[in-house]
Design a protein around this ligand. Structure first.
Ligand code: G3P
Ligand code: CA
Length: 738
């Protein structure tokens, strides 16, 4: 049992300032690391319990004193007994209702099939060998000592734990098949009384049978009860109502591990129910479930969980990002203060040409760590791995560097956004479908969290403290599909409004510095791009594409300000920079990564949030940012800049649009819109005609993401919209102009 982080850091508070652009708001960000805020994705109390499933059944024959001994040697907090009842009403520790799998009953009693426990007396069962089967089944774990291990009675098992547990190991027992053994609950209570453990703190009774647990609750109301769940038991049920319903008798739940998602954690923890998933045998799963805030877990390998919790470890995966043809940012997070070591190599075994980088994880950044690696070869797959220096737990990943500047190598990228809004909670299926595309890189186009929407990490928004914002980022990292996409795909993350609050303008929003701090903490953003909090930057992918990443929030005038020459979305400096990037680019495709759309009016009337003022819907709406976009649009046309694609999400439907802003019958630039991945789904709406949009495709009401392939040699760019199952809903080929 390891005290989770919170308890041990009771006294710290720190302050951080932000750089120039938001100077008007540069005030210290108060952070109190003692408070994990309102997140329900943290253990109810600081103890995370290691429950030895059937004893240390990964190392020795389940439900034998040998396996129980190993569990206690491995400092398990609880030893678990499954209970069956003999013909003469004695309780024994055994998982199955028959003796066939884990004893030599077939040999000793060949004519007593199917060897049901209830058909044998205790005396007959005590003649059985409950260990040799294990040596046959797991020869690499076989031990002489297992031969002749007996089937323990409940009383023997309890006394054994009392004797060898050094008062540390607790008891965790399951009434198995209570409908087969009438009176089983009374018998259990009788044995607990007889062995004087009924009142001990470290005692749990568990069962899949609610009836059995309610019976125990009536017999012994102080005993902590765990309601077990397999997938079918929760099917079609509202998990919040279910957790509330059982909280009158249960102290916790024991769900099958795949059932543990943020929604369940919130439902259980808001009903003060502990969550103990089963059966968790890999450290990756242990880390994944711990990141969800479980209060303990069942494992056949208690030492694996114990050794993990014993030292700081990589808690939320790894990621690479802001990749160029010679450099990359590597990111990870630990569960507490630590030094982290990254190894990077073209050799997936890390035996040759391995670069090593070490960096500290500290509370100022919520124990997130980033290192810059450069001197890399272009167009090369790099393998990397990270571990907290004192921990063996290592996470592996890979990324591709961009091809060299003149390379005409085709590229494939995926883009998407809008995750965590309007009641949508991780996991999101689209991330697995994105991985299946095996893209060169992933553009995460903003609204990567919804700081102002209720989710298990922040049940009572808006997010105010940096802990709230951090909790949101940790929440989406609980998504296995997202973690695995980041682990093997270079990522460019941009922010939009919900990283701070709906439709915010950086300079006038007090939460900006806090939201920005957390955003930069949780994505592999280069120091160069985050210097002075610019966040806008150009990345090249060979000669196929120049990707110009915008910052649509940091320099923005208030949305309700009337549009005109002194109103800006990007800030004068960024507008000039954008023009320069487009003009100088000799790449086949110029991709402008924008977090807001050009012609679909977003935000409220009189405070439009995208470029468009939407005066086609609300005549005379003086807001929007069309004045500034016209400057950019005119520049593209005047300079004859070809193959410009604005890529965004934000509108919560998918759309592909070509623009003829000067109405000369020729396309001036295009706009590719996908989403949402995990937020409210809406239907496409009317476009503001100002810049001459023509819809090539529009579809709403489904979770989706975009795929963009550029083949310079074939002078083609292909856009695809795929749904969360990877089904292609739309594909279009653009002929690229020279
Ligand atoms: O008791 C938790 C877990 O062990 C339930 O499954 O079949 O292993 O008893 P089982
Ligand atoms: Ca069990």
């Amino acid at each position: 049992m390891k005290k989770s982080l919170i308890a041990s850091l009771a006294c710290l508070s720190l302050s951080v300032t932000t750089a120039a652009p938001y100077a008007v708001l540069a005030k210290p960000i108060e952070m109190s690391v003692t408070d994990n805020g309102q997140s329900t994705l943290t253990p109810l109390n600081s103890d995370v319990a290691v429950i030895a499933h059937r004893g240390a059944s990964g190392y020795g024959p389940e439900h034998t004193l040998a396996a129980y001994k190993q569990a206690m040697t491995m400092k398990a907090d609880y030893v678990e007994f499954d209970l069956q009842m003999t013909k003469d009403g004695q309780l024994i520790a055994m998982h199955d209702e028959t003796l066939a799998r884990t004893t030599n009953a077939k040999e000793l009693y060949p004519d007593r099939a199917p060897w049901r426990v209830k058909d044998f007396t205790l005396e007959e069962i005590q003649r059985l060998d409950a260990g040799s089967w294990f040596n046959k089944a797991y020869p690499d774990q076989a031990k002489q000592a297992y031969i002749g291990q007996k089937v323990p009675t409940l009383e023997e098992a309890i006394e054994f734990v009392k004797q060898h547990g050094n008062g540390k190991a607790g008891l965790y027992m399951e009434t198995k098949a209570p409908s087969v053994y009438p009176g089983m609950e009374e018998k259990v209570i009788e044995i607990l009384k007889k062995t004087k453990v009924l009142e001990t703190e470290k005692l749990f009774l568990e069962s899949f049978s609610e009836e059995s647990l309610r019976k125990v609750h009536n017999l012994a109301p102080n005993v902590k009860l765990i309601q077990l769940y397999n997938a079918s038991m929760l099917k079609g049920k509202d998990v919040s109502q279910e957790m509330h319903r059982i909280s009158d008798y249960a102290s916790g739940v024991g769900p099958s591990k795949e059932l543990v998602v943020p929604k369940m954690m919130q439902a259980a923890h808001q009903n003060k129910l502990l969550v103990h998933p089963w059966t968790v045998n890999s450290q990756d799963d242990m880390v994944s479930l711990t990141s969800l805030g479980v209060d303990g877990l069942f494992t056949n390998y208690p030492d694996q969980f114990e050794s993990l919790l014993d030292k700081p470890y990589i808690s939320h995966g790894i990621a690479s990002g802001d990749v160029t043809d010679s450099s990359a940012i590597l990111w990870t997070r630990t569960n507490e203060k630590a030094n982290v070591q990254f190894e990077i190599s073209t050799d997936s075994t890390f035996k040759h040409d391995t670069m090593v980088k070490t960096a500290p994880a500290n509370s100022t950044n919520d124990f997130t760590v980033k290192v810059e690696v450069d001197g890399l070869k272009a167009d090369t797959t790099y393998y990397y791995r990270a571990h907290a220096v004192s921990s063996k737990y290592t996470v592996n990943g890979s990324f591709k560097t961009a091809p060299g500047e003149n390379s005409l190598k085709p590229l494939t990228m995926v883009w998407g956004g809008d995750t965590g809004g309007h009641g949508e909670i991780p996991p999101y299926k689209s991330f697995e479908a994105m991985s299946a595309v095996n893209p060169d890189f992933f553009l995460f186009s903003g609204d990567t969290i919804y700081a102002d929407s209720p989710t298990p990490a922040v049940p009572n928004p808006p997010s105010q403290t940096v802990e709230d914002f951090w909790a949101k980022y940790k929440e989406i990292r609980t998504d296995k599909g997202f973690r695995s996409l980041l682990q093997k795909t270079a990522t460019y993350a941009i922010w939009d409004d919900h990283e701070v609050t709906n439709d915010f303008s950086g300079p006038s929003q007090p939460l900006t510095p806090t939201g920005l701090h957390a955003f930069k903490n949780y994505y592999p953003i280069s120091n160069e791009r985050s210097a002075e909090d610019k966040l806008y930057h150009k990345y090249s992918w060979g000669n196929a594409m120049d990707m110009v990443i915008l910052n649509n929030r940091g320099y923005r005038s208030p949305n309700n300000q009337a549009d005109g020459p002194d109103k800006t979305m990007l800030g004068k400096e960024q507008v000039e920079w954008l023009k320069q990037q487009l003009l100088e680019s000799d790449a086949k495709v110029k991709l402008v990564a924008s977090s807001v759309p050009i012609s679909f009016p977003t935000g409220k009337a009189m405070a439009r949030d995208g470029w468009a003022n939407g005066d086609n819907v609300n005549p005379n709406d003086p807001t929007g940012f069309e004045n500034e976009f016209k400057e950019i649009s005119d520049f593209i046309i005047e300079k004859g800049i070809k193959n410009v694609f604005f890529v965004t999400t934000d509108v919560h439907f998918a759309e592909v649009i070509k623009y003829d802003a000067n109405q000369d019958g020729k396309t001036d630039y295009n706009e590719l819109i996908s989403g949402p991945i995990g937020a409210v789904k809406i239907n496409p709406g009317t476009l503001d005609p100002t810049f001459g949009p023509e819809k090539l495709y529009a579809e709403g009401n489904f979770f989706n993401f975009g795929v963009f392939r550029v083949d310079p040699a074939a002078k083609q760019a292909i856009v695809e919209i795929q749904d969360e199952n990877g089904k292609v809903h739309f594909s279009h080929t653009f002929q690229l102009e020279d």
